[in-house]
Design a protein. Sequence first.
Length: 290
Amino acid sequence: MSDSGKFDSSEVERGLTGRPVRELTEPEPLSEHGPAHIIAMCNQKGGVGKTTSTINMGACIAELGRKVLLVDLDPQGALSAGLGVPHNDVDVTIYDLLVDRKADVHDAVHSTAVPNLDLVPANIDLSAAEIQLVNEVGREQALARALRPVMKDYDFIILDCQPSLGLLTVNALACAQDVIIPMECEYFALRGLALLTDTVEKVSDRINFDLEIMGILVTMFDRRTSHAREVMSRVVEVFGDRVFDTVITRTVRFPETSVAGEPITTWAPKSQGADQYRSLALEVLERTAR
């Protein structure tokens, strides 16, 4: 960060989308918090850096003085494990909140080692939620109901969806204002974008009229391969300004942080990956006017 309080674009990996580099200004501190802006991190394809991006983007937004709640919607519990929360030993998880109307979301919220960053964990129990919800009235609104009591306490609630377009993901889309789609720069990931954007449009038309795609986040980018550069060019051509300027490049640092159970901003705060996610956080705050 420069002496002026601005993030100098030369300090982070920018310009890989082929667009002019922009300088992003750090936002003013907030005098009060809430109501929460809900973002769903969604891609039906696994292994695209979705959970890694949820953890690190959330940590960087929290670093900017915003209160952030991360919600794990994947039965594998990778988000919970990635923040060092022993998800298999907790008493109340997102599963309980979805299937039991008497469960209190406050009992499920766990503090993390990052100031301003909290978590609602998940574990393998969540795999039964779709079956239990399928015959419920208003089943697409179960998550919105569960999160309503804490909306006033946070500036952002970020939902880490499982790699599918099932009922849990529809629940996330039904209560979110925005969707961020992390995608790897490879051909099959590009093909899956059409199906995902179609699903988002259907939810927007039928369930959640306020839902929009905030942006597409290119992850695990390797500039050395012509294939990655070609896919990047195609994504920018099709989706234009919806593609974030920030590009997350491939690095060994991210698997290390998963093992450590902490975000890259604390594991390797001066690394290129940390700077990239700080840049992404600034873009998200700019796009949400937060």
